[in-house]
Design a protein around this ligand. Structure first.
Ligand SMILES: Nc1ncnc2c1ncn2[C@@H]1O[C@H](COP(=O)(O)OP(=O)(O)OP(=O)(O)O)[C@@H](O)[C@H]1O
Ligand SMILES: O=P(O)(O)OC[C@H]1O[C@](O)(CO)[C@@H](O)[C@@H]1O
Length: 373
């Protein structure tokens, strides 16, 4: 359509700009890539040397740069865009939101998220089958989500087999009234089994603090799945003298490695075509994505101004609580504070904009435990 004859793929993430060869991306090379998981270009963490990257873009005579990845990648793209602008180069920089975590703000969802939620169903289903087959069975599934629990929340909502979903945004506690152990005991007594989903970033404040970071500067997390498995086993064997059968499933990399599903493949086509149209129309410094179902170009500064996280005082989390019947682990006071924070000024999010304040009673979810300090 635009008469482009040369498209280069940069290998291995940002460091590939200055450390490795390029791959010519011809129609033949990319023809079947949507049927494979992973990336034919390779990926890496760290290695964002802005000056070297922009030198390499200049040296190679590249005039449009399309950068595919998660929230960190979009930040890196923005820094490249600023440097290109500073040098006065005529080079477009555009971002494509691709991450299973769905932690990129503004847009409806990132490419890969839908697939991850779908694939997580298989693990949750396995956990349910295993838990149901034994006496006092607990199926525990760990899902990805370092800082945001979208995969865990949506996988839980989709499955309906989950009795408790733990995410980074919703602090929880183990012992005492309204705690996780009490809830597990109740579920086992009532149903004989239960399924727990935990996002990898959940409850990290309860584990010993890790100071380590990966090459991109992301905090290296402790394995919360192993930790909580051990905690539950110890609690029931030592404190309750009760036999439980806990099966822990960690499908995280298996989920990330699958090819995109149909919905994600359609979304990917839409993102790819739109981002090229945007660049060809002369836009730069933007990420392409759906907002309220409409294709948009969002300036990097808007994409990168905050982290996208589950808002636990919004309706989606309330829907989850009422679907699992788990304790909310938060007090009325915390809910009200949190709502104030999220409803203030222009920060009103899409969910809360559906009703004006005057249409709302002072609603606090019924299942909020008011008794815990
Ligand atoms: N603030 C930043 N400035 C420049 N580069 C950054 C910044 N944050 C991250 N990057 C770079 O972006 C790349 C990807 O970042 P990161 O490893 O955090 O993954 P991501 O894009 O968030 O995707 P995911 O976490 O979903 O795998 C890395 O090369 C990292 O160095
Ligand atoms: O172990 P790795 O390859 O650094 O990736 C783990 C991280 O990648 C992500 O899946 C995003 O791709 C995060 O949810 C997770 O914390």
């Amino acid at each position: 359509m635009y008469g482009v004859t040369r498209v280069l793929g940069i290998e291995g993430g940002y460091k590939g700009f200055y450390a490795r060869n390029t791959i010519p991306l011809t129609p033949k090379v990319v023809n079947d890539i949507h049927k494979r998981g992973g990336t034919i270009l390779g990926t890496s963490r760290g290695g964002h040397d802005t000056s070297k990257i922009v030198h390499s873009i200049q040296d190679r005579g590249i005039n449009q740069v399309y950068i595919i990845g998660g929230d960190g990648t979009q930040k890196g793209a923005s820094v490249i865009f600023e440097e290109i602008r500073r040098r006065g180069l005529k080079v477009v920089v555009a971002g494509i939101p691709k991450t299973i975590d769905n932690d990129i703000p503004v847009i409806d969802r990132s490419f890969g998220f839908d697939t991850a939620v779908e694939e997580a169903q298989r693990a949750i289903n396995a956990a349910h089958v295993e838990a149901e087959s034994v006496e006092n069975g607990i199926g525990l599934v760990k899902l990805m989500g370092r800082y945001s629990g979208f995969i865990a929340m949506y996988a839980t909502l989709a499955s309906r087999d989950v009795d408790c979903c733990l995410i980074p945004e919703s602090p929880f506690y183990l012992d005492g009234k309204g705690g996780l152990y009490e809830y597990i005991e109740k579920q086992l007594k009532e149903n004989g089994h239960m399924v727990i989903v935990i996002a990898e970033g959940a409850g990290q404040e309860l584990l010993s603090e890790s100071m380590q970071q990966d090459a991109s500067g992301n905090k290296l997390l402790q394995d919360v799945g192993l930790w909580i498995s051990q905690g539950i086993k110890d609690y029931f064997s030592k404190q309750k003298k009760m036999t439980i059968n806990l099966k822990y499933i960690d499908p995280t990399y298996m989920i990330r490695a699958v090819p995109g599903n149909a919905a994600d493949n359609v979304y990917c086509t839409l993102l790819a075509q739109s981002v090229v149209h945007g660049a060809m129309a002369g836009y730069t410094g933007f990420t392409s994505g759906l907002v309220n179902g409409r294709q948009t170009y969002i300036p990097f500064y808007r994409i990168n101004e905050k982290q996208h996280k589950v808002v636990i005082t919004d309706r989606m989390w309330a829907r989850l609580l009422s679907s699992t019947n788990q304790p909310s682990f938060i007090s009325n006071k915390e809910v009200i504070e949190d709502r104030k924070e999220h409803i203030s000024g222009e920060e009103k999010n899409e969910e809360t904009q559906l009703l004006d304040d005057e249409n709302c009673a002072d609603v606090v979810p019924e299942n909020v435990d008011d008794s815990h300090p």
